[in-house]
Design a protein around this ligand. Structure first.
Ligand code: HEM
Length: 461
């Protein structure tokens, strides 16, 4: 028998479950002190925590073919995401990933830059100097508008609000199911399952209508849905409506909350670090001079990118991911049996002093061209790694940078006095009490929110 890794003790029968549920983030930090690979019991089930770049890399990248997505995650997400690329495995996943991938080619996602800046500029028009706003909700609403447009070419307000409302509830209820573990099967008519089913129904009906309209019109609207409908396998076969629905739902779910959360934490960090904010403002003012950013500007918004990356280090929206070996495996010299859950502790790794000096310090300079190479290989994984790395990572980075560039040019945000910040693990890394902030105007827009045309600045004497 192969040696077993160090054990993080838990309570009789329930193991680490109560502690993990009570404060998962604290647990993810604590478990690191037992080793790079740590065994625990989650209730009656063994579960391992991978806490170092090497171990996580071995699981997600080197030996990726020996693993599948964890069954618990699939059980929770299948009712909504079906057999989409987030929840499928093996040959089926490989085929689907190949079909979906072209929708995320650089040229294709570049065409969405204008959509992102336009909606961001509309948000800027709504914000008023001195008002207090829930910035978490604003960012969620904004990224929801963006994903509805790039995925379905939808921007009718009622439609977006209905879809957004249903999707948020699906997220919330799926998270509740995740916390039930083992999840009560979806077919059992509990209150939670019935509400979940009703909301999935709302999104299903809308997606089917989008698919029907698009098939009928045969029009390429330039959105992701058109790409999914047109995608063909090598043998010429396309996706069924059901598969298009599953992929659309997957992209819808994966493609907005993560970016919203990234932006929310970035606003928070900027409000606490005036020096960083000043540097960001300087870059935005120099590169953009008050106009809306375009795709071409992205390469010059280097500090903006460093800020976003550092924000995702301290507050990785995807705080971890898990895998199950499909055969007995050896990880870091220890034996792990087929089927056991292994958790890649991304949150813990991003805050580990072994890989990031002074790890709790918000320091975007870590990602400067000179210093980024000092970050140990595979120690920074906000988008995961290996064959299942986030398919939307380039899109997400572009979106976060553009939204920040548009809004930070015009506004500075202060944390509302007395607002308590408590990071919390939900599906993504949220803030328990949201993010209440006061909006302060920096400079008026030189552009009209509905078009990219510049108005000449009024000369000052
Ligand atoms: C800041 C924003 C985002 C973060 C932090 C993020 C993070 C991640 C991570 C860590 C994974 C890997 C999960 C695993 O290994 O189990 C992942 C997968 C995925 N992400 Fe993202 N994501 C973001 C934005 C997006 C966007 C904008 C989209 C699409 C529009 C997207 C679509 C997906 C999909 C479909 C997968 C599954 C890929 C597969 O299994 O083949 N994500 N994401």
């Amino acid at each position: 028998m192969q040696p077993q890794p160090p054990m993080r003790p838990g309570r009789f029968i329930v193991g680490i479950m109560p502690e993990f549920r009570q404060d998962s983030l604290e647990f993810m930090l604590d478990v690191r002190k037992y080793g790079d690979l740590v065994r625990t019991n989650f209730g009656p089930f063994p579960m391992y925590f991978a806490n170092s770049p090497e171990v996580i890399h071995q699981i997600l990248v080197e030996d990726a073919s020996k693993y599948q997505k964890s069954q618990v995650v699939k059980d929770v997400l299948k009712p909504s995401a079906g057999n989409g690329i987030f929840t499928s495995d093996g040959d089926f996943w490989r085929r689907q990933r190949k079909l979906v991938q072209p929708a995320f080619h650089t040229r294709r996602i570049g065409s969405y830059a204008d959509t992102i800046t336009r909606f961001s500029a509309e948000t800027a028009e709504v914000w008023r100097d001195g008002e207090t706003r829930m910035i978490d909700e604003d960012m969620m609403h904004l990224t929801m508008q963006i994903i509805c447009k790039v995925l379905f070419d939808a921007e009718i307000r009622e439609e977006v609000e209905q879809l957004g409302g249903a999707m948020s509830l699906i997220f919330k209820l799926s998270d509740d199911r995740f916390n039930q573990l083992p999840a009560i099967p979806y077919w059992v008519p509990t209150h939670l399952n019935r509400t979940l089913r009703a909301n999935i129904g709302v999104v299903d009906v809308a997606i089917q209508r989008f698919i029907d309209d698009r098939r009928a019109s045969k029009e390429d609207k330039g959105d992701l849905l058109s790409m999914l409908l047109e995608a063909q396998d090598e043998d010429g076969s396309a996706m069924t409506d059901r598969q298009v629905r599953d992929e659309a739902m997957t992209l819808f779910g994966a493609g907005h909350e993560t970016t919203a959360v990234t932006l929310m934490w970035t606003w928070y960090l900027l409000s606490q670090h005036p020096d960083v904010e000043a540097k960001l403002h300087q870059e935005l003012d120099e590169v953009l001079g008050g106009r809306l950013p375009t795709l071409e500007d992205l390469g010059r918004l280097k500090y903006t990118e460093m800020v976003v990356k550092e924000s995702m280090r301290l507050y990785p929206p995807a705080w971890g991911t898990s895998r199950q070996p499909i055969e007995d495996v050896t990880v870091a010299g220890y034996g792990i049996a087929k089927g056991v859950n292994i958790f890649a502790n991304i949150y813990g790794m991003h805050r580990d002093a072994r890989f990031f000096a002074d790890p709790l310090r918000f320091d975007p300079e870590r990602f400067s061209p000179e210093r980024e190479k000092d970050i140990p290989k595979h120690a920074y994984l906000p988008f995961g790694g290996g064959p299942r790395v986030c398919i939307g990572n380039a899109f997400a980075m572009m979106e976060a940078k553009l939204v920040l560039a548009v809004l930070a040019q015009r506004f500075h945000l202060d944390l509302a006095p007395g607002h308590i910040i408590k990071p919390e693990r939900q599906f993504t890394l949220r803030s328990r009490h949201g993010m209440k902030m006061i909006v302060r105007a920096r400079q008026p827009a030189l552009y009209s929110p509905h078009e990219q045309t510049l108005e000449a600045p009024t000369p000052t004497v």
